[in-house]
Design a protein around this ligand. Structure first.
Ligand code: AMP
Length: 182
């Protein structure tokens, strides 16, 4: 599917859409009554698996990462999920925001702790630059906690005409640890 075709589909209704390969980034560092950070990620993954407009869900390892903003907060748990979807990019954004709300996300401060963050990293090969939706995700290129798990899922991926392996952060373990889940 070429980029123009996909871009022209980005806004319209998903009826009649073909399956588009997407990647989303998950992050959490706040426990609440609905679960721990690992459980928030797991609940979001189950919701993706149960969505009829999403198929072929693949999940990276879970990583612990040092916080990007204020340092007086717990480490984050991060993972990347890849799947195919018939949702348009904006419908997928609405679904991601619903998952955040379901985790009772409270935003305490900028770059601060949160029960769930769901970002669309890539939607096929399209590029979108609008206030409410930027794809590829704005921070994708320099964030190792996104690029490492993304590379694990898709080692041959091309991002903006460059192989993922050419992005130095895709091989930078600074502040990252692989999480062993029971
Ligand atoms: P955050 O604080 O990271 O959760 O950012 C939330 C805001 O980013 C929302 O208002 C979204 O509309 C916007 N946004 C822009 N691009 C994206 C993207 N690729 N994925 C998710 N949210 C996005």
């Amino acid at each position: 599917m070429n980029r123009h075709f996909e871009a022209s589909n980005a806004n319209k209704s998903s009826i009649g859409m073909s399956w588009v390969t997407c990647y989303v980034g998950l992050g959490s560092n706040l426990e609440n009554e609905l679960g721990s950070p690992v459980e928030h990620l797991q609940q979001a993954i189950v919701a993706m698996q149960e969505n009829k407009q999403i198929r072929a869900v693949r999940v990276s390892s879970f990583y612990a990462s040092a916080p990007m903003g204020p340092q007086d907060q717990p480490d984050f748990v991060n993972a990347v999920v890849g799947f195919e979807t018939t949702l348009t990019a904006f419908e997928l954004l609405a679904f991601c925001q619903l998952l955040e709300q379901q985790a009772k996300r409270a935003r305490l401060r900028r770059w601060g702790e949160r029960s769930l963050d769901v970002d669309i990293l890539l939607y096929g090969e399209i590029e979108i630059s609008e206030p409410q939706l930027t794809i590829p995700h704005a921070g994708l290129h320099e964030r190792n906690f996104v690029l490492l798990p993304l590379r694990e899922l898709a080692p041959e991926l091309i991002i903006l005409n460059k192989p993922i392996t050419d992005y130095p952060s895709s091989d930078d373990w600074t502040g990252l640890k692989l999480l062993k889940l029971n």
